[in-house]
Design a binder for this molecule. Sequence first.
Ligand code: AMP
Length: 402
Amino acid sequence: MKVLVVNAGSSSLKYQVIEMNTETLLCKGGIERIGIEGSNLTQESGGKKYNVEKPLANHTEGFDLLIKCLTDKSVGGVLDDISEIEAVGHRVLHTGTDFDDSVLITPEALKILEKNAFLGPLHMPANIACVKSCMQVLPGVPNVAVFDTAFHTTMPAYAYMYAIPYEDYEQFKIRRYGFHGTSHKFVSQTAKKWLEDNGFASGRIVTCHLGNGSSITAVKDGKCVDTSMGMTPLEGVPMGTRSGDIDASVVEFLCNFKKMTVGEVITYLNKKSGFLGVSGVSSDSRNMLEEAHKGNERARLAADMFTYKVKKYIGSYAAAMGGLDCIVFTGGIGENSDEMREGIVKGLEFLGVELDKAENKKREKPPVREISTKASKVRVLIVPTNEELMIARDTRRIVKGE
Ligand code: AMP
């Protein structure tokens, strides 16, 4: 069974074709600058990269081009006929409070996605436009929505509620939802299987998805019981350009001191804060750490704030789950930065965490790599994430009714 996985942003679209019988990636690509001058598609297959430039006014035109390129051998197309695509899996941002799992996109489900668009004004309209384009261009092929928030729907109310008047939760659905769910699900499932296969306890796992956006999740017996992002991806640890947790009253101070509107403050907290705002150097952790090594104190501070906050989340989730069996690192920082990983676990020895420093420094990336010592009571693992494969697995499961 071949599954097309699509991940649509407001002006971009990434895709992969995966053969699900063997879980083999056949090709991947992306379209950039949809609706903007200079739009183009890049496609990679068989170790080669192809580029197609074409004006694309909207997602439907983008999707049309994508479908043509999948069957055009001169640009790395891997299909003889588009009918080989048996299902399409869409990354969709938000479940709202309507779904707790991936779902087949029927006309009714599409209406619910549209009703929930207000919860993700940057992403949901693009996700929905992409679903509709796909329905037009590939009629009769089932579409499945795989939500970024779905894995977190098992959180208990005491974890997802904000302590605001209850009626406002009921009326406006103001609560914590969490994001990066597909990644947390993939790495926690992969880690759980590895732990069970190797005879370790797997009931209490903390997954740390650390990248440009970062979130930490507590996974008890395979289910999410808490996560660090909230109603939006702004809450939690400091990120590339996001502040993470902040006293809401800061918004009023900023409005008064800097004469900003509330909207401007939210943009400032999302785009100008985090590593970039504190270090004044970059939102990219590599540049920030390089500067910190040269003695830049603000860059050092931003890095220390990050490792400290991630450590606090791990500690609080160990408390929430009554102990800790495993810490999983994933995402651009989690998979690649030995310095950040070491900074995060330093001081967690009291929980039974013991890092193998030599193993932590290695660069290899197998599906699972243990970086804790044999004596460690808590396993520390690097599990490279693969959200597209998780989306394809869910798509097959839903289409086959498994
Ligand atoms: P992501 O959003 O998951 O793509 O992650 C992006 C973040 O990962 C950026 O802050 C990068 O600096 C960081 N990153 C990516 N590769 C490396 C690397 N080899 N070493 C350290 N950090 C890295």
